[in-house]
Design a protein around this ligand. Structure first.
Ligand code: SF4
Length: 457
């Protein structure tokens, strides 16, 4: 087996990462850009980078992901990519006619020191940007941060489009963080039920989970419109869901446009969803609608019905900070025990937050930011768990240690459905619990002796 030589003994490493629990910044920037209506993401670097970003997103979302590239060759690598990018902008607006080109940099263009704002200025002066079209750019050097950082940087670039002093829209901006398209749909549904008019950006619902119609459309009729993003400077407030992916953009809107912001956790699990719904309720100035109360009741019912199977079960988690924080809280709520938590994204405050969430229980947690899957595997060898929750790369550890795995997070390359069914909100909580229960009970059935192999559980 691939990982059978992972040693139990843990040695401190300062300069070596093995099986990173993250991927590169531009992938996050590209995903965020796909949440703008009529936008073509553009990778300012080599073709190889762009192919990798696109294929990772395509493999996860099972949808064709269109993106352009500056196609660096030796000349651009030495002298800079300005000429390539200006030519690309001209070609893209002429041939594909997007409303927006969202450019992110790569390791190579960052190392050369290409200056996107200066190149954009030059492109505009040379009339390469037709009237009514928009260029946005994010700096996404992949030798720092992770795909999460790249997503946050592109969302911040969107927020920079917001116009200060514009007309008041009476809407609330919601920045949903890096969640699945179905999650974005669910956030919109909840806000609509509570009666809060919102602008959601980015919004990949309908872009990366659209129907098969038989007609290919390069730019689906979905996503946050550039006009709405510009008008977000006139909103009554911003809710940023997740500190890592959304908070910086919300704070930019606050400082530039005086739109006050609140940063909430991703509404995953009972308590985080309660806080999200409560915040919307206060904004709307009305009580929570019956439909949402019913959904919450169903989640609480499932938790109490199945509590005996959750209680005390140990879990190892790997993923992105915003998701892991919400999931850790959810697991603690249902009396499961998060014992190992790893993210590849740096940030010591992540470690503190996870430690604080588990502090009220009788257990301690191993937690690492900027960690890797190798460390997670070693921790599991030292303290075995009942379940792993994480992306597809966990399947190697799960197989090696003979553990059940719930696929959740990014990327999921070997299963379907994640883009269509939300895990946010109370309905999303039901789905998560169903997946966790199925994994635990399938294992219980598999391991049961003939005498204890029960039909009814
Ligand atoms: S070179 Fe950098 S930007 Fe390109 S794919 Fe590799 S990590 Fe990502």
């Amino acid at each position: 087996m691939l990982l059978k030589h992972t040693p139990e003994m843990i040695s401190e490493r300062s300069a070596l990462m093995i099986n990173p629990a993250k991927t590169c910044q531009p992938i996050g920037a590209m995903y965020a850009a796909l949440g703008i209506k009529g936008c073509l993401p553009h990778s300012h670097g080599s073709q190889g980078c762009c192919a990798y970003h696109r294929s990772t997103l395509t493999r996860h979302y099972k949808e064709p992901v269109a993106a352009a590239t500056s196609s660096f060759t030796e000349g651009a690598s030495v002298f800079g990519g300005q000429a390539n990018l200006i030519q690309a902008i001209d070609n893209i607006f002429t041939v594909y006619e997007p409303d927006v080109i969202a450019v992110h940099t790569t390791c190579l263009s960052e190392t050369i020191g290409d200056d996107l704002p200066q190149i954009f200025d030059k492109a505009i002066k040379e009339n390469k940007v037709p009237a009514g079209k928009t260029l946005i750019g994010a700096s996404t050097p992949s030798y720092a941060g992770s795909h999460v950082t790249g997503f946050a940087n592109m969302v911040k670039a969107m927020a920079a489009l917001a116009q200060p002093g514009g007309e008041k829209t009476g809407k609330v901006n919601i920045i949903p963080g890096w969640v699945e398209p179905a999650d974005m749909e669910e956030v919109k549904r909840i806000a609509s039920l509570v009666g809060v008019p919102i602008t959601l950006f980015p919004d990949t619902s309908g872009v990366l989970n659209g129907p098969l119609t038989g007609v290919y459309s390069m730019f689906p009729e979905a996503g946050a419109s550039i006009d709405d993003i510009k008008a977000s400077g006139g909103a009554i407030g911003t809710l940023a869901l997740g500190e890592w992916c959304s908070a910086e953009a919300a704070r930019l809107l606050d400082s530039r446009c005086k739109v006050p912001c609140s940063v909430l956790d991703l509404p995953i699990g009972l308590q985080a969803t309660d806080r999200f719904v409560d915040t919307l309720r206060i904004i709307a100035g009305q009580s929570v609608p019956d439909e949402i109360v019913r959904e919450r009741g169903r989640l609480v019912d499932l938790i109490s019905d199945m509590h005996q199977y959750f209680y005390g079960r140990k879990v190892a988690l790997v993923g992105d900070p915003d998701q892991l924080i919400a999931m850790t809280e959810f697991l603690v709520t249902i009396d499961m025990v998060p014992v190992h938590v790893v993210t590849g994204t740096p940030g010591k405050k992540f470690e503190k937050r996870i430690t604080d969430l588990v502090a009220g229980t009788d257990h301690t947690v191993n937690v690492r930011a900027a960690g890797d899957m190798f460390l997670l595997h070693q921790w599991i060898k030292n303290e075995p768990v009942d379940l792993i929750i994480g992306n597809s790369y966990c399947k190697y550890i799960a197989r090696d240690e003979d553990l059940p795995l719930v696929r959740w997070g990014f990327p999921i390359l070997d299963r379907q459905g994640h883009q269509h069914f939300p895990t946010v909100g109370y309905i999303g909580g039901l789905r998560l619990l169903e997946k966790i229960l199925d994994a635990l009970l399938d294992r219980q059935d598999r391991d049961a002796s003939e005498a204890s192999f029960e039909l009814v559980l």
